[in-house]
Design a protein around this ligand. Structure first.
Ligand code: F0G
Length: 343
């Protein structure tokens, strides 16, 4: 089967014109996977994992990137840039390669998962490593692109959110209606805004739980965090660009922001892989850790509910995190001892 991709499948709901190139790498149409043991501990009837790591570059960013890059191409852009904690840069590099646009990415020093950097490099993007964190990098590229001539591919580009809202459409289609609630990790706050837009366009209201890492939780504390820290590097962001939209999504949806410490993120990350069979990157486990925490704080609050947790990126994005959490490899054994070793 040829996958239609986001632009073709949702063209009636996207800013597509006859001149928009039919760009696709087969993004979207990701599965919902059941997680019964986690559902039991959250105390809900059903927990569905929206496995966004199955997008072409391994994260949800592809849904919005395909629209942003197609529109940049339609407008005649030759050069595009983004700031990124990693996934945006991998996605931008891949779609720019396919569209024939030169791509530059700006990443904060030190804290970007290696799988993501490898992707950006493989797709031919030039990487600039900036002294400072993501927030510094985003301000720098925003100032640069404001002068014109270079397309900005961060989620402040409105086409990104347009594409990302299609995940909400898919969830409603797959479940045959809206879930009781939806939890997702929040970093720069584009995705929570996009989901809310998607549900609103369908005329649906459901609580959205925006989960942040405790060391990078400005939306929970209500103030920017100058030095955000978390092992979930994808959401190591102290001053989200879509702050206002995210607060609007939380308020209008009747949802909540919550913070989870790194230990709880890691525990959920391990359980997702070991119990549900879904290997996601650490940031993507935050919504499951968040639901578990909210359920502990108020037992019974999710009783009878059908919940969705958005697992935003694939586990292979951050092999170092996975290896750090695993037991060390055992000593090699001779072939003659294989039976004993496997017992
Ligand atoms: N999960 C993953 C795996 C991410 O890469 C990101 C953001 C988020 C969640 C948060 O989404 O920013 O829309 O609230 N990554 C961006 C990047 C910042 O540069 O790749 P958000």
């Amino acid at each position: 089967m040829i996958r239609a991709g986001v632009l073709l499948r949702w063209r009636d709901r996207l800013p597509v014109t006859p001149r928009t190139p039919a760009l696709t790498l087969g993004e979207g149409d990701t599965p919902l996977v059941a997680a019964p043991t986690l559902a039991r501990d959250i105390g809900c009837a059903e927990l569905w994992l929206k496995v966004e790591g199955q997008n072409p570059t391994g994260s949800f960013k592809d849904r919005g990137m395909v629209v942003a890059v197609a529109k940049a191409s339609e407008a005649g852009a030759k050069l595009a840039v983004c700031a990124s904690t990693g996934n945006t840069s991998a996605s931008a590099a891949a779609y720019c390669a396919a569209a024939g646009i030169t791509c530059r990415v700006v990443v904060p020093e030190g804290k970007v998962a290696l799988g993501k950097l490898a992707q950006a490099l493989a797709h031919g993007a030039r990487i600039v490593v900036l002294r400072g964190n993501f927030d510094t990098a985003l301000s720098a590229v925003r100032a640069l692109t404001a002068r014109g001539g270079i397309a900005l591919l961060n989620s402040v580009n409105p086409y990104r959110l347009e594409g990302q809202k299609t995940a909400a459409f898919e969830i409603v289609e797959s479940l045959g209606g809206p879930p009781s609630g939806l939890a997702l990790p929040v970093g720069n706050a584009g995705n929570i805004s996009a989901y809310w837009r998607g549900f609103v366009e369908l005329g649906m209201q459901l609580p959205i739980y925006g989960i942040q890492a405790a060391g990078a939780a400005p939306l929970v504390s209500g103030a920017p965090v100058e030095h955000p820290e978390t092992l979930a590097t994808a959401i190591r962001i102290g001053n989200p660009a879509s702050w206002t939209l995210a607060v609007q999504a939380q308020r209008e949806s009747g949802g909540q922001f919550a913070a989870v410490p790194d230990e709880e993120i890691v525990a959920a990350y391990k359980r997702l892989a070991a119990e549900a069979g879904v290997f996601c990157e650490p940031a993507s486990a935050a919504p499951v850790a968040g639901l578990l925490r909210l359920a502990r704080e108020r037992p019974g609050r999710f009783a009878g509910q059908r919940l969705v947790a958005v697992l935003t990126g694939h586990g292979l994005k951050d092999p170092q995190a996975a290896i750090a959490q695993a037991p060390p490899l055992p000593e090699p054994v001779p072939a003659g001892s294989i039976e004993e070793a496997l017992r």
